[in-house]
Write a protein that binds this ligand. Sequence first.
Ligand SMILES: [Zn+2]
Length: 301
Amino acid sequence: MKSFLIFIVMFHSLLAYNYSLESKNIGSAARCFFGLPEVMDEHNNGNMSNSCFIDMGRSYLVIDSGPTYQYAKEAYSKIQKQKKLPISYVIDTHTHDDHWLGNGFYKSKGATIVGSIAFKELPILDITRMQRRISKEAYKETKQIIPTVFVDGETTLYFGNKKVIITRVNHKAHTNSDLLIYIPSKRILFAGDIVFNGRLPSLRDGDISGWIKILEKIKKIDVDYIVGGHGKLYTKNAVDFTYRYLTTLKKEILKHIENGDEIGDTVNAITMLKYKNIPFYDSIHKQNIETAYRTLEWEDE
Ligand SMILES: [Zn+2]
């Protein structure tokens, strides 16, 4: 009897992981699942980025499919309880795996997956970063399914008379694969990881000047809502946190470069203590200084 119970418990835990996802209304423009301000691990199982559903009349458009197949499946079933509609398109905002490893689920539902042309160059890995860090139950059935429709420049999708304008940021910003998704009829912009809130942004694959440049363009777009890849803010001022952090960082680093300070001294000097209690400060602030110093030093020459 005891071993039978153990078997049941084990079998059940292998079935699937439950993320306990809850969506939030973005006015009447969209519904989003907001991720936690944490690094992916066996507790959050990758639930640290945002995934949104837009009712386009006869179907849903999904912005970012989330970190796993199981996540996508759960988000989908919760949205279907609100309103039953098929998924026509999934748009992956960029190539970081917490944003698109749920693609396989939507592909199985017949959706077309759209992403930057940079996905063509993305290596298919034996084991993904996500897979190494989260539980087997949560990663179950997850495959690296990349887009079949590639965006380079601008692509417009039509849903009746409603337009969805997808623009590839034509320079390196958060990555070299960033897309902006603008839906004029809903007055909403999805900015992917160009916009972070509630945690420090990561410059690891980015370019600080390119990132600031696109944020300045976004600030001028006339919309009511801006949803980023991480963080729960969705009003127009959602861009302010990332913009302030990056512009302050750039200004500080340039001062040190002009002084002729070495990279090591610069990394230690720019503490920006105002951000000390924001998640990811301890793990990535110094790394951000180092990455930005290298690009800015080169820009300076
Ligand atoms: Zn990212």
